[in-house]
Design a protein around this ligand. Structure first.
Ligand SMILES: Cc1cc2nc3c(=O)[nH]c(=O)nc-3n(C[C@H](O)[C@H](O)[C@H](O)COP(=O)(O)OP(=O)(O)OC[C@H]3O[C@@H](n4cnc5c(N)ncnc54)[C@H](O)[C@@H]3O)c2cc1C
Length: 365
């Protein structure tokens, strides 16, 4: 796939980016446009990829790291992130609101600097393919789909695209006008927007197409097209339900691609959790790059936590096996995952944020 024309850049570790503009997209989400602080070129990315960012927040001893999807097609000029303000869980209003998203909404301003690694991720739409595709999004999980839709639109892609977007109500409806424009412009794009709990001011037929959730009949219609490829991104419950319906309708597992934005109970991928308790006393972990070997005990947690406890800096993003930022070469030894991960590590590698050693292991870079 051709990514870009013009100047391109790559960098290792983190690079400074300037917040160029901030645009509200809904009552709960804002877009942040970023340009390289050094005035250099951007790295291209594929539609659906994300950006690991690092935020230095006053009052916190260490910068915090999060991943945010690049929510527009690559244009060579700016990166766009669209961030939803994350409140406390509905059933635990006493807990603190989301650290990074709240800070971005309340404190990040045009002209501020944050740091970002190279774009990353495998949840990408291949515009050179020709078979039909269904992009199924819930809430802020729409960000990779917007990037995919925009890339397809700009490339004049004639692939049949079905876009299903499930929202709570109009208050969360990001990119409303833009999506309507795309709908009017592309005959190959079928759009279906659902509000679960429309408000009195939300207009059926104008803002949304139907009330309720993505239901089985809608998914069965899609599944009737055997060549359809599916991209799912949204809250874990919604993804689980949609994936289950598709599998039930006979869709092959391999045709369903998923991206999770955080801890997810999605069980599409095989759970890799261990059965055998480790023989703790025999286990050591070697970090080859640092030339350090440390013992692992049952209290050491994940390989990432063990590294941090020993002053070793490993890259990470989501800390839940979804973004693959922490992917590290497993030179030798065996690991077990503590929960199903959204990302599948490449052969010969592991995701230290989500696994622990089963035998002594040696980690490369
Ligand atoms: C590949 C990828 C792409 C992503 N793309 C996007 C995107 O495009 N847009 C977007 O908005 N997000 C995206 N995310 C999610 C994003 O990375 C963050 O996870 C999200 O913004 C929440 O981070 P936070 O720091 O605000 O919340 P956190 O501080 O991480 O908190 C998360 C939740 O936990 C709650 N919480 C706080 N303390 C506790 C506690 N003690 N016990 C239980 N719960 C607690 C908080 O209230 C909050 O609801 C993406 C994630 C991944 C992995």
């Amino acid at each position: 796939m051709t990514l870009t024309n013009g100047r391109e850049a790559s960098w290792v570790s983190y690079r400074d980016f300037l917040v160029d503009a901030i645009v509200p997209e809904s009552e709960t989400a804002k877009s942040f446009y970023l340009v390289p602080a050094d005035g250099g070129a951007l790295a291209p990315y594929l539609p659906g990829q994300h950006l690991p960012i690092r935020l230095a927040m006053r009052g916190l001893p260490k910068p915090i790291i999060r991943c945010y999807t690049l929510s527009d097609a690559f244009d060579g000029r700016r990166y766009r992130l669209t961030i939803k303000r994350q409140g406390p869980p509905a059933d635990r209003p006493d807990l603190p609101a989301g650290l990074s998203s709240t800070w971005c909404h309340d404190h990040l301003q045009s002209g501020d600097i944050l740091q970002a690694k190279m774009p990353n991720g495998r949840f990408c739409l291949d515009l050179s393919e020709t078979h039909p595709v269904a992009l199924i999004a819930g809430g802020i999980g729409v960000t990779p789909m917007i990037s995919m839709l925009n890339a397809a639109s700009r490339a004049g892609c004639t692939r049949e695209i079905h876009f299903l977007f499930a929202l709570r109500h109009g208050g969360d409806h990001v990119f409303r006008e833009h999506l309507q424009q795309l709908r009017g412009r592309h005959a190959n794009l079928r759009m279906h927007i659902l509000y679960e709990q429309p408000r009195p001011e939300d207009r059926l037929g104008a803002d949304y197409d139907a009330a309720g959730r993505i239901d089985a009949s809608l998914l069965r219609q899609l599944a009737a097209e055997r060549r359809m490829e599916y991209f799912l991104c949204g809250p874990p419950g919604m993804m689980q339900a949609v994936a289950a319906e598709l599998l039930e309708a006979g869709v092959e597992n391999g045709r369903i691609r998923t991206e999770s934005f955080g801890p997810s109970s999605l069980s599409l991928r095989a759970a890799m959790a261990d059965e055998e308790p480790p023989r703790e006393s025999e286990i050591s972990v070697t970090f080859l790059r640092e030339g350090v070997t440390v013992p692992w005990t049952g209290n050491s947690g994940t390989l990432l936590e063990l590294a941090e406890a020993n002053g070793i800096e490993l890259d990470y993003g989501c800390r839940y096996g979804d973004c693959a930022t922490c992917q590290t070469t497993l030179v030798s030894g065996e690991v077990a995952y503590l929960h199903p991960t959204g990302a599948t590590p490449d052969p010969g590698t592991c995701l230290p944020c989500s696994c622990r050693p089963v035998t002594s292991v040696v980690l490369g870079s």
